[in-house]
Design a protein around this ligand. Structure first.
Ligand SMILES: [Zn+2]
Ligand SMILES: [Zn+2]
Length: 152
């Protein structure tokens, strides 16, 4: 595997391991992810306690989780149901799901042990970005959520 390779879509057989702060929840995701996105929506801001979340979306059957999770659900602006799952013990945000994109879940990139090879591909809900949060250079950014669905 060449170290200069930036596009994770061509990295086959990769496996991302992750865990929460207290190590009770662990997961393995068999990659590559569908997309890695940074989200500045108000819900992600409050969820994270900081400016945005960064998540890697996988097909649900590519991810195996263990440990006790708590969930919180709410309705998004477009009427879909969003569910956020946290470690029931330490509260680390582990993944989010959206009924708009069924059979997929988005793992919090910060819970991965080693996100080697994963780069942020898109920024969404940039309109909600706080003045104290910074955007990376050369990112594709959308004011809200692009009308986009994973292929296959
Ligand atoms: Zn935990
Ligand atoms: Zn968000």
């Amino acid at each position: 595997m060449s170290s200069g390779q930036r596009n994770h879509r061509f990295t086959w057989g990769m496996r991302d391991h992750g865990k929460c702060l207290c190590c009770e929840v662990t997961y393995v995701a068999v990659g590559p992810p569908v997309v890695v996105a940074q989200c500045h929506c108000e819900e992600c801001r409050r969820l994270s306690g900081t400016g945005h979340t960064v998540g890697a979306m996988f097909s649900s059957d590519a991810v195996s989780l263990s440990g006790k999770l708590s969930q919180f659900s709410y309705l998004s602006d477009n009427g879909s149901q969003v569910t956020k799952a946290f470690c029931a013990n330490c509260g680390s945000p582990i993944y989010g799901k959206n009924t708009r994109i069924p059979d997929h879940l988005t793992l919090s990139l910060g819970t991965m042990d080693d996100a080697e090879g994963l780069d942020i591909e898109v920024v969404i809900f940039e309109r909600d970005k706080q003045h104290w949060d910074q955007l990376g250079k050369d990112v594709i950014s959308f004011a809200t959520q692009p009308d986009w669905k994973p292929e296959g």
